[in-house]
Write a protein that binds this ligand. Structure first.
Ligand code: SAM
Length: 412
């Protein structure tokens, strides 16, 4: 566990650095120091409290100069942004890539190595990548093949480091944990770690994609269930419900947390951990015309098209929806996840390296579905990815991604 004293990330990108970003009220707040995650929750009115142990140092001011050479600034083309400030897709094929970019582009045009494990799995294929088939209400934007699974697992380590090398922040009564639910479990890596840490607890992970490992601790099982429908678990059956990285997957967050509320026992806890789509920098404003600057806009627009928001963190949706669902003693912790190995602080450096590795493992699997939804061609998507990869690798902007963890209790 990281035991270093937190430094509060005071410095935030000014609105001017991202003029057309979605309202960033929640992100713009400086996380405050507060009681540690094991302490008693403060009153519901107390917003933005941060656990004392896991808070990372502010990634932004840690390093005075980037280690890698800065790329040339993007050509000041005169693109006419469309809805939500998204540049026209052919902007990316017209925008010159730096000359040394050949290998970067080559890597992004990798051959599909889909490895269907069984003919019982029916998946959709978009531009050669494997996606969850349409089941029930669900329409998931990420791919579910092995490249994406590797990326999810890398993210898991970064996300646990971000909260002090922990799996959760809710003040659980650890000795008494009996039933735990992980919604949208993905590869199941969080649930596996949790089940290992609490062998006395029965842990269940749910997802719409059957991509979980079959080598799991004996106290863990996985079930296929669409979390946007009514949950099938008995009422008041869970001590703890964990929900991580579900932005872009939930149609109605209040209805979603009402299911969590119903499933929690009185006194039980629910915890939601989400990542912003924004890539911010406190060091150098990230222009809207860069691939990094476009990332959140593309997702925000795509999210509108599929009726599933990607601006959960910026909009403060987790807290609002938890309150509406009836949870009390709500607390939250905001932190910044660096993108790239630019921070000096060793924990932040590791988090940044993991975030970059997760992206490098599968940027395509993240953006393909959404860009396809916006009508981009394969070539446009691949060239956009090449720009994104180049900007990220350059380290020029020292970007970071805002993260928000919110936890609340069903009244006793
Ligand atoms: C970005 S991954 C996060 C996985 C995991 N929670 C983690 O943090 O590592 C999102 C997961 O949610 C799942 N998902 C998306 N829509 C869902 C739904 N309606 N019901 C259940 N799971 C869903 C996806 O299949 C995917 O595995």
């Amino acid at each position: 566990m990281a035991d270093k004293t937190p430094e509060t990330p005071e410095k935030k990108a000014t609105p001017a650095s991202n003029p057309s970003s979605p309202p960033a009220d929640a992100n713009a707040k400086t996380p405050e120091k507060a009681a540690g995650p094991g302490s008693k929750p403060s009153s519901p009115a107390k917003a933005d409290t941060a656990p004392s142990s896991p808070a990372p140092a502010d990634p932004a001011p840690a390093d005075p100069a980037p280690t890698d050479p800065a790329p040339a600034d993007p050509a000041p083309a005169d693109p006419a942004p469309s809805a939500g400030g998204v540049l026209p897709a052919d902007h990316w094929t017209q925008e010159p890539l730096p000359e040394d970019n050949d290998s970067v582009l080559g890597e992004s045009l990798r051959t599909e190595t889909d490895s269907l494990r069984s003919s019982i799995f029916n998946y959709r294929t978009i531009h050669g990548r494997r996606y969850h088939s349409e089941v029930g209400n669900a329409e998931y934007w990420g791919s579910n093949d092995e490249q994406q699974m590797e990326s999810m697992d890398l993210n898991h380590y970064g996300l646990t480091l971000g909260i002090g090398n922990k799996l959760f922040l809710a003040p659980l009564d650890e000795d008494k944990l009996q039933r735990v639910l992980d919604i949208g479990t993905g590869t199941g890596i969080w649930a596996i770690d949790f089940a290992d840490q609490f062998p006395q607890a029965q842990v269940t992970g749910t997802d719409i994609s059957p991509i979980q490992s079959s080598w799991v601790p004996p106290n863990l099982k996985f079930e296929i269930e669409d979390c946007t429908l009514s949950w099938t678990f008995p009422e008041a059956s869970m001590d703890y419900v964990h929900m991580r990285w579900l932005n872009g997957s939930i149609t109605d967050w209040t209805a979603f947390f009402k299911e969590a509320y119903k499933t929690c026992r009185p006194g039980g806890w629910a915890e939601s951990s989400e990542s912003s789509g924004l890539i911010l920098s406190d060091y150098e404003p990230i222009p809207d015309t860069t691939a990094l600057g476009q990332w959140s806009k593309v997702f925000a627009e795509g999210g509108k098209k599929i009726g599933r928001s990607f601006t959960i963190v910026e909009d403060g949706t987790q807290r609002k929806a938890m309150e509406e669902a009836g949870f009390v003693n709500i607390q939250e912790y905001n932190y910044q996840r660096p993108l790239g190995s630019w921070p000096k602080d060793p924990v932040l450096k590791e988090m940044g390296s993991l975030a970059q590795a997760a992206w490098e493992a599968d940027i395509e699997g993240y953006i393909l579905f959404i860009a396809n939804t916006l009508g981009w061609t394969t070539e446009q998507i691949q060239v956009y990815i090449a720009h994104l990869r180049y900007e990220m690798r350059s380290g020029k902007y020292r970007g970071y991604i805002p993260q928000k963890v919110v936890w609340g209790q069903r009244p006793e």
